[in-house]
Design a protein around this ligand. Structure first.
Ligand code: NDP
Ligand code: HSE
Length: 449
């Protein structure tokens, strides 16, 4: 029986265009088709797949060939398309396709963190101007609902910090290296086979993907536009099995962390209490964390995000951070929201960047460090090395000597110091005759001083 809520007739289909049918798009199309009746009941009107844009229409994708097209622009422009799902990835042509959709008043769901990290301002403005919705839950941490909690559930609170594991591929690699001593290259190939890695996995292993997600999380948490260029980034490509063994000996493991936090105004600037502004520090790097820390037990392609808010306290979001089906779950959640808005006449919340907090340079950031040095095995070396740390104002928590002769090593763990003080210390250590090699420098997170 046909019914109308005054905005949309329940028999009138909501047409969906899916752009991209790779790891994620394949699962989006499957769910749309397999769960059509449930989706209809949840939305109020049927969601009908109008077409799927791909590069290669000759591949058998298990759907009627007439649904496939290489002309994504024409698909987006069709009169019977109301909702567009963008799961192509990359900046172009995704950016232009999303803008075309929004400018035509069509709502968009995207999983494209690389695009959203840098262009949310432009896309959100187009959505606002055309009374369309832009949803992107799947862009951060796969299946895990964390975008909507930040935008909606926590909109009455004040978020101070977000820390998490937001890249499934690198977590899959680090977990395998830690648990079985697996080879880095083999494990990356397996992550690609399982559909976790980006089209160019450099984005994963060099931390670009996590940095894009950190930029999105920081923008939402601090109501400030943060782009990928604002995020300090180191990947995992230099992490060795020796780093993981050293971590293990310390009762720790290594994780690629994304950290977004409010930090005080810069040195010499008025504090927030004096009318100045707090700043935002956003960084992605591999760090040692104690095995008893909740993030240490997040393994494989799982992700977890911890949000610390003034009133809610600490919240932890955990689940599958990558892979076709988990990501498609988040996409479909957004699609149902966008479709309900069309049906009932509602709107998604727009971009909120009113706070405009400045970005703190990485040099001002405080952390503890684990510095591994290959040194000459002779009297006075330990004192000379300790002297260099003191000279740069970096206080040492523990020093251990390992091995003798050629294999002599010093493992120094510091108290909190700024990144710039640590960088100056490391540069000075590298110049010392008695230091053969600065083998690794890793931050320590989640430890007490
Ligand atoms: P894939 O590389 O598996 O799929 C990309 C799809 O886009 C393919 O079907 C490809 O066509 C199609 N495509 C590429 N260029 C064009 C073009 N110019 N016109 C039309 N179609 C095009 O990517 P994923 O599915 O893994 O990822 C898609 C998006 O989702 C990315 O933004 C990614 O970052 C994001 N994401 C991915 C996750 C995952 O676990 N994989 C998790 C969270 C987000 P063809 O098949 O013919 O090559
Ligand atoms: N390549 C990404 C990852 C996909 O490994 O986390 C999920 O965003």
């Amino acid at each position: 029986m046909s019914a109308s809520n005054g905005t949309w007739d329940s028999e009138r289909p909501l047409g969906v265009a899916v752009l991209g049918m790779g790891n994620v798009g394949t699962e989006v199309v499957r769910i749309l088709r397999d769960h059509a009746d449930d989706l209809r009941a949840r939305v109020g009107a049927p969601l009908v797949l109008r077409g799927v844009a791909v590069r290669d229409v000759s591949k058998d994708r298990g759907i009627p060939a007439e649904l496939l097209t290489t002309d994504a622009e024409a698909l987006v422009a069709r009169d019977d398309v109301d909702l567009v799902v963008e799961v192509v990835g990359g900046i172009n042509p995704a950016r232009g396709l999303i803008l075309s959709a929004l400018n035509a008043g069509k709502s968009v769901v995207s999983a494209n963190k690389a695009l959203l990290a840098d262009y949310t301002g432009e896309l959100a403005a187009a959505a606002e101007a055309n009374r369309a919705d832009l949803y992107f839950e799947a862009a951060v941490a796969g299946a895990i609902p964390v975008v909507r909690p930040l935008i909606q559930s926590l909109s009455g609170d004040r978020v101070n910090k977000v820390i998490g594991i937001v890249n499934g591929t690198t977590n899959f690699i680090l977990s395998a290296m830690d648990e079985t001593g697996a080879d880095y290259g083999d494990t990356l190939a397996e992550a690609t086979r399982l559909g976790y890695a980006e089209a160019d996995p450099t984005a994963d292993v060099e931390g670009f993907d996590a940095a894009a997600k950190a930029a999105i999380l920081a923008s939402l948490a601090f109501h400030t536009r943060v782009t990928a260029a604002d995020v300090y980034r180191e990947g995992i490509s230099k992490i060795t099995s020796e780093d993981l063994e050293t971590a293990s000996a310390l009762g720790a493991t290594v994780k690629l962390l994304a950290i977004c936090e409010r930090v005080p105004a810069g040195p010499g600037e008025p504090t927030a209490a004096e009318g100045g502004k707090e700043r935002v520090s956003v960084r992605v790097y591999p760090a040692l964390i104690p095995r008893k820390h909740p993030l240490a037990s997040v393994n494989g392609a799982f992700n977890a995000v911890v949000v610390e808010a003034e009133n809610a306290g600490r919240l932890m979001f955990y689940g599958q951070g990558a892979g076709g089906a988990p990501t498609a779950s988040a996409v479909l959640g957004d699609l149902v929201m966008a479709a309900r808005n069309k049906f009932y006449g509602g709107r998604a919340p727009g971009e909120s960047v009113y706070a405009e907090l400045p970005i703190a340079p990485i040099g001002d950031t405080l952390a503890r460090y684990h510095v591994n040095l290959q040194v000459a095995d002779r009297p006075g070396v330990l004192a000379a090395v300790a002297g260099e740390f003191a000279q740069h104002g970096v206080s040492i928590s523990t020093v251990r000597q390992q091995g003798h002769g050629e294999g002599a090593r010093l493992v120094v763990v510091t108290h909190e110091a700024t990144e710039s003080a640590l960088a100056d210390t490391v540069a000075a250590l590298a110049e010392m005759d008695s230091v053969t090699h600065v083998t690794s420098v890793l931050r320590l997170e989640g430890t007490e001083e």
